[in-house]
Structures are given as structure tokens and as C-alpha cells.
Write a protein that binds this ligand. Structure first.
Ligand code: N01
Length: 540
């Protein structure tokens, strides 16, 4: 038997064509494409007991997507788009979970999954060109391809406060909220963190609890979300225009369903700025406010300050107690992922809500009774950590991923995670990441679809052409990372401290983790680059 046949035989011994990790938007679509469309054998894993990914875990009160319902979904199936209905222009967590459950049933995706299973280790075997995938159940399977849909925001960040384990009440991270829910009625509750999650949880639980103490480190700029019911006529109108809608979304920058503005704020009068900001404030939506009003808010400090000042003015009008308003008012750049809410600042007018600025009065420790800051002890029955995530690479570095020459992903990413086109890595052949580092920063489902379709087209090409491995060339990866860095340097985002650059995790090196050039340009780049930046190895 010649060498080529031997290798072909080795390839036949593989357990699965592909392993998919994750059962969120990305993993589910990858299973559908690889299994239902390409006819490959697929084994999929998820640590949860069912599908949902991010939306399986984030069950905290008030959890809502901040992308409008009509585009927070898959676009690949016209019948699904036509049939599935929703009640309001934003979706709550249970509604998104129901939708993903329906998708899993409709395309028979659960049959590929092994739930309640963590992938703990994946090793690339250079002799066979297969990945060996090991789970926490002690099973190891081999596969030619791995597709990881681990989620951008799924490795939780719980700050290591002194005395955390001594607290005698209940404590929860928002992204690990118990399925059965938590009874907060009549309780003294503390929330640490005022990002998108904190804001939602605070608004939602304030009317129910006896007292709510909000521990805020950095004040936030937030605008109204503008949630309202969507009637049958509106749904019909949307459904009649889906082709144009998706075309627009996929060629736009942030993919939030509106045309990004092309008018710089600095080119118009103060009065015109006010008019446009007021209109966006009344319509609702954080991304719309930041990118739909003027073209230079994320790039020009003067325009940024105008947008920020408008929000500050609103805070001073909404919040009645001047001291609380002062603490709630941000002073720095408006340059994080933009927040929107259903009455955040108004919540602080409630008698049962108090605000502690932990910038002014830092948390010293968690005590058996509550939280001790430099201005005293705040007694609590329940403590909620809305403290975010070790974003992008957090879930990758938890898995022992070993590529060529035994190099680990942790080592490769020691100076910050990188990825070619946000999907692949040198030395990690046939490992495709959905929403890996240096991918687009957008409303996620359209970016996820873009990547999964690229991955599945690539796999199809490899299978049809007897290609055994694909991996990016070193120089192509470096060039892509430089492009991401250059674009990022042109924005103010790189100057605002947030999870987008890894700044929220103590000790994590700040790095450019996204392609901030927009989905339309990202899709163009995928088309134009084709397979130029890749090394292919043929079977045999
Ligand atoms: O997390 P975050 P998140 N002591 O990192 C504070 C998506 N998402 O879960 O700002 C005290 O933004 C931290 O303070 P600071 C969305 O992409 C979407 O809220 O770092 N405080 C901050 O206030 C979003 O951007 C939706 O100073 C500490 C908070 O905890 C992303 O998830 C809903 C602290 C963390 O904010 C992350 O949002 C929810 C410490 N030691 C989430 N450490 C929607 O679709 C951290 N904090 C609407």
C-alpha cells in the first residue's frame, strides 16, 4: 500500500468528520451546515443541559437583547423568517431561548449534541491530521475539523474580593443565574456592576426588593432602548421586506438594522446636534444613538463629547437627588459598547434604591453580613455580581488546546488573543473559531452566519478536493492583526477601558480583540482574500 492510501485509510478511522463545541447561535448553525447540508458526521458538545449558549446561561431578571427582534435571528431560512413571530421590538431571554429551541427542533440539531459535557482538552495529532477531543466525562473522540462556538461573553468574571466566601446570604453571578429563579421579594439586595447586565437587572428587580444597593465603579452612558409591542401589521411589513433588510444589515457596519450616519457632528450646528440626539433618544437604541446620529462620535473627541454631554444633561433632568445624579454622571469618553435601557436613571428616584460609588468609597471586603466599603457596612440578604466576563478568549484558555508541535493556545495568546479573519490561527490547523479574536464587532447573529457560512464553504472545498489541512500563513495572520490594530487606533474605543480590549480583567494584557471595520467591510475582505492567506495540505 502506498503512502497516500495509508493516509487515506487513517482518515477513515476518524470518529467524526467534525466536532462542534457550543449550542448557541454559532454552534447550532455550524451543526446544521455541516451535518444537514454537507452530510458530514458531527458530534457536538455543550456544557448546558440544552441549547441556547449565552441565552441558556444568562437567565438573570430583565435579560433582554439590545438588538431589535427582527434582526436578532438567523437569516438563512426564508420559511423560518416568515413563520416565527415575536411580541415586541426587543426580545427577552426566555423568548430567545424559545426561538433557539425551535431552531434546534426544526432542523433536528439536538441529535448531534451531547449536553452537560465540557470539552477539556483538544490535541492536534500531526501524524493523522486529526484532532483528539477529550471531555470532562473522560471520553476522547477524533475529528478532522473542530468548530468552536464558545461565545464571546461566557467565561464569567467574579472579582476576587476579600471575604467573598464568608457571606452568609445568597450570592449569584448574573450569567449563572439559577434556572429555578431567585425569590428577591422583601429582601435587601446588592448589585455590583453597572454594565449592560447590571443596568437590566437593577431596573428589573428594583420594584420587587425591599432595598437595592447598587455598587457602581464607573458611571455609564445609557440611552432609552425604546421597547414597544409590535403588531401583526408591523410584522407583516418587516416580513415582506426581509430580502432588502438582510442586504442592508450585512453590508452595514454594526449590523443593527439602521443606516449608519454619514454626517459628522462637527459639521452641523449645536442646535442641529441637539435635535438629532433628541430624536435618537426618543426612538431608542444604544447603537443607533452612537452610530445612527452622526458619523464621528466613535472617532472624533469633539463629536464624542457632544453625544456624551447630551446624555449627561438627560441624567441631570431625570435624577431628582443631586448627589445621586452627580455620582451617576459619567465624565470620560463615551467609548464602550453603547448601553440602552428601560428606565435606568429613573430607577434611582425610587426610595428603596441607593447608590454607592465604589470609586469614591472602594469595597474593602465582603463580610458575613454584606459588603464593607470605606464608608461603612452595607447589610444584604442577596449579593448579585453583574461583573461581566473574561471576554473573547476566556473560554478558549480554559480548554487545553494544543496545535502543531504541542504549542498551546494559552501560550500563543499570552500577549493577547489573535486570529486570522477572526476564525483561524497559525499552528492550529482545521480549528475554526466562530467569533474568535479579531472578528467583527456587531449585532452578532449576522456575523455568526457570515463566519459559519465561510467555515462550511471552506470545509466543503477541502472535502471535495481531498485537502487534509488548512491553516493561515503567519504573515497573513500578522497582516490581519495589523489591520485590526490600525482601524482600532482610529477610534476612541481603544481609549475607553472595557472588556472589548480585555481591560476589565485584572492582569489581562490589553489587546485589540476585534475587527472594528464593520460587517460589510469584513464580508468584502473575506470575498477578496479568498484562500490567499492559507496553507493547504493535500491528503497523501
Ligand atoms: O459586563 P461589563 P456586562 N469592583 O464588563 C463592574 C453583553 N450584554 O455583563 O466599568 C466593582 O460591561 C464594571 O465596572 P467598570 C454586551 O456586549 C448585552 O454588563 O469596569 N465593579 C462594570 O460596571 C455587554 O457589553 C446585553 O469600572 C466591578 C460591570 O462590573 C457585555 O455583555 C445584556 C468590578 C461589568 O460590566 C458585558 O456586559 C447584557 C470590581 N472589581 C450583556 N469588576 C444586551 O443585549 C467589574 N466591575 C442588552
Amino acid at each position: 500500500m502506498n503512502q497516500s492510501n495509508q493516509n487515506k485509510n487513517k482518515e477513515k478511522e476518524v470518529d467524526f468528520d467534525a466536532v462542534v463545541v457550543g449550542a448557541g447561535f454559532g454552534g447550532l448553525y455550524a451543526v446544521h451546515k455541516l451535518s444537514n447540508e454537507l452530510g458530514l458526521t458531527v458530534r457536538a458538545y455543550d456544557n448546558g443541559s440544552d441549547v441556547g449558549g449565552t441565552w441558556y446561561w444568562n437567565r438573570y431578571p430583565g435579560a433582554l437583547s439590545d438588538t431589535e427582534s427582527y434582526i436578532y435571528r438567523y437569516s438563512f431560512d426564508k420559511d423560518l423568517l416568515k413563520e416565527w413571530k415575536w411580541k415586541a421590538n426587543y426580545l427577552t431571554q426566555p423568548e430567545i431561548l424559545e426561538y433557539l429551541g425551535h431552531v434546534a427542533d426544526r432542523f433536528d440539531l439536538r441529535r448531534s449534541y451531547q449536553f452537560n459535557t465540557k470539552v477539556t482538552r483538544t490535541v492536534f495529532n500531526e501524524e493523522t491530521n486529526y484532532w483528539e477531543v477529550t471531555t470532562d466525562k473522560g471520553e476522547t473522540v477524533t475529528a478532522k475539523f473542530i468548530v468552536t462556538g464558545l461565545g464571546l461573553l461566557s467565561a464569567t468574571n467574579v472579582p476576587n474580593f476579600k471575604g467573598r466566601e464568608t457571606f452568609q446570604g445568597e450570592q449569584y453571578h448574573t450569567a449563572r443565574w439559577p434556572r429555578a429563579g431567585v425569590d428577591l421579594k422583601g429582601k435587601r439586595v446588592g448589585v455590583i456592576g453597572t454594565g449592560s447586565t447590571g443596568v437590566q437587572v437593577i431596573i428589573s428587580i428594583a420594584p420587587e426588593v425591599e432595598h437595592l444597593t447598587v455598587f457602581q465603579r464607573t458611571p455609564q452612558y445609557s440611552v432609552p432602548v425604546g421597547k414597544h409591542p409590535q403588531c401583526e401589521a408591523e410584522l407583516a411589513e418587516i416580513k415582506d421586506h426581509y430580502d432588502e433588510i438582510w442586504k442592508q444589515v450585512k453590508s452595514s457596519s454594526v449590523a443593527f438594522g439602521f443606516e449608519e450616519s454619514t454626517v459628522p457632528a462637527v459639521s452641523v450646528s449645536k442646535e442641529e446636534q441637539e435635535r438629532v440626539f433628541e430624536e435618537a433618544w426618543n426612538k431608542g437604541g444604544g447603537f443607533r444613538y452612537m452610530f445612527g446620529t452622526f458619523s464621528d462620535i466613535a472617532t472624533n473627541p469633539e463629536a464624542n463629547e457632544a453625544a456624551a454631554e447630551f446624555i449627561r444633561k438627560k441624567i441631570s433632568q431625570i435624577v431628582k437627588d443631586p448627589e445621586t445624579a452627580r455620582k451617576l454622571t459619567p465624565t470620560g469618553l463615551y467609548a464602550k459598547r453603547p448601553l440602552c435601557d428601560n428606565g435606568y436613571y429613573e430607577t434611582f428616584n425610587r426610595d428603596n434604591v441607593s447608590l454607592v460609588s465604589v470609586k469614591e468609597n472602594p469595597i474593602i471586603e465582603i463580610t458575613p453580613k454584606g459588603v464593607r466599603t470605606t464608608d461603612g457596612e452595607h447589610e444584604l440578604d442577596v449579593l448579585i455580581y453583574a461583573t461581566g466576563f473574561d471576554a473573547v478568549d476566556g473560554n478558549y484558555t480554559k480548554i487545553d488546546i494544543r496545535g502543531r508541535d504541542g504549542i498551546t493556545m494559552r501560550e500563543k495568546w499570552a500577549d493577547g488573543p489573535t486570529g486570522y479573519l477572526g476564525m483561524m490561527n497559525t499552528n492550529f490547523p482545521n480549528l475554526f473559531m466562530i467569533l474568535g479574536p479579531n472578528g467583527p464587532f456587531t449585532n452578532l447573529p449576522p456575523s455568526i452566519e457570515t463566519q459559519v457560512e465561510w467555515i462550511s464553504d471552506t470545509v466543503k472545498h477541502m472535502v471535495e478536493n481531498d485537502v487534509s489541512t488548512i491553516e493561515p500563513k503567519q504573515e497573513a495572520e500578522e497582516e490581519w492583526v495589523t489591520i485590526c490594530q490600525t482601524i482600532s487606533d482610529q477610534t476612541l474605543f481603544s481609549k475607553g477601558e472595557s472588556w472589548i480590549f480585555g481591560a476589565n480583567i485584572p492582569g489581562k494584557k490589553n489587546s485589540v480583540m476585534f475587527y472594528l471595520g464593520g460587517l460589510g467591510n469584513y464580508r468584502k475582505a473575506l470575498d477578496e482574500l479568498g484562500f490567499k492567506g492559507f496553507i493547504f495540505n493535500r491528503v497523501g
